[in-house]
Design a protein around this ligand. Structure first.
Ligand code: NAP
Length: 310
């Protein structure tokens, strides 16, 4: 079905996630018309391409919204430019390299009367809402987060993730936090140990402990050197049974029984949410996951470990 009035959107920072997820999601959604792209090297076939967001917005003034998909350290300037030009803005995760820059973007969006969306794709994994409902109905006695993956497999030759503002193992870890902050009670960090390879400026492993107001203690283990099976799990022991949310939110198991599992469709859901925000004149900017990462760096003990080579 063709939408009578599709949102004219431009995409910025054409790299891995744009090709893997944004382009297919936009192509399948009649609510959008992708009209242009801006990237220093990347190109999108069949539309106008520009070397910068400034050039794109000047040449294609009918653009109503932009999706900003470059690494977080380089997103603020582009977001600021787009908001100043009165465009709605979709931010890839994490929404920025610092908490205050995103607060500033929030205020700019409000002043300009446009929508700002800090997207957290893992929140839209198929079993996350079911886990949230289950935990809301239960008394949680214990919980734990385990996010262990192989950086060489998922981020080959990506240098930005190892530089300040790239977050290191918190780049995937913030996905865990985007789910945890959605399904568990409000928590704060009480201790963090961050392991930095001696030749890198971002951690490769992290051991973090959260505490909720209820006294619940939640350990989080992040490891970027996990070969073999990968783990993206949140577990909880409750008065209603043992919960395992696995596969990065794909599958919910209670007392050993699968109760929710579905086809992964996170980016189509993100774009549906963004269209809702644009059409209703609202923003959605939850900074809780980013704040936890900032707190881990603020409170964390820094250990120097073996060098990392791709
Ligand atoms: P990427 O491919 O390394 O980078 C995306 C594009 O950003 C690059 O192709 C580059 O395009 C542009 N870029 C890189 N450095 C830049 C700089 N210094 N200034 C301006 N633009 C720059 O990264 P990605 O994997 O797509 O990740 C981008 C964002 O998506 C990250 O925030 C990441 O956390 C998030 N994300 C990634 C994945 C994944 O599986 N990779 C999954 C979910 C979310 P040009 O050189 O053409 O300008």
């Amino acid at each position: 079905m063709i939408h009578a009035n599709p949102i004219r959107i431009g995409i910025v920072g054409v790299g891995k996630i744009v090709r893997d997820q944004h382009l297919p999601a936009l192509a399948a959604d009649p609510d959008y018309r992708l009209v242009a792209a801006a990237s220093r090297h990347g190109k999108v076939d069949g539309i106008s391409n520009f070397p910068s967001i400034e050039a794109m917005l000047e040449a294609v003034p009918e653009i109503e919204a932009v999706s900003l998909c470059m690494p977080p350290q380089f997103r603020y300037e582009a977001a600021h430019t787009a908001l100043a030009a009165g465009k709605h803005v979709f931010l890839e995760k994490p929404p920025g390299a610092t908490v205050s820059e995103v607060e500033h973007l929030k205020a700019s969006a409000r002043n300009k009367g446009v929508s700002l969306f800090a997207s957290w794709h893992s929140r839209y994994a198929p079993a996350v809402e079911a886990a949230r409902d289950f935990l809301a109905s239960a008394h949680v006695r214990a919980a734990a987060i385990t996010w262990k993956e192989d950086v060489r497999r998922w981020h080959p030759n990506q240098e930005w993730i190892w530089t300040p503002g790239g977050f290191g193992v918190f780049d995937p870890g913030i996905n865990a936090l985007s789910i945890a902050t959605h399904i568990l009670p409000a928590m704060h960090i009480v201790s963090a140990d961050l392991d930095f390879p001696e030749n890198r400026d971002a951690p490769v492993t992290a051991h973090v402990v959260f505490r909720a107001a209820t006294g619940l203690r939640v350990p989080m283990e992040l490891d970027w050197l996990q070969t073999g099976p990968q783990s993206w799990d949140i577990t909880a022991e409750t008065d209603k049974g043992s919960m395992l949310l696995s596969g990065g939110g794909a599958r919910l198991v209670i007392d050993g029984k699968v109760v929710q599992e579905g086809q992964e469709a996170e980016y189509p859901a993100l774009y549906r949410r963004f269209a809702e925000l644009v059409r209703s004149g609202r923003s959605d900017v939850d900074l809780a996951p980013l704040q936890h990462v900032a707190d881990a760096f603020m409170l964390g003990k820094r250990n120097v470990v073996a060098p990392f080579f791709d």
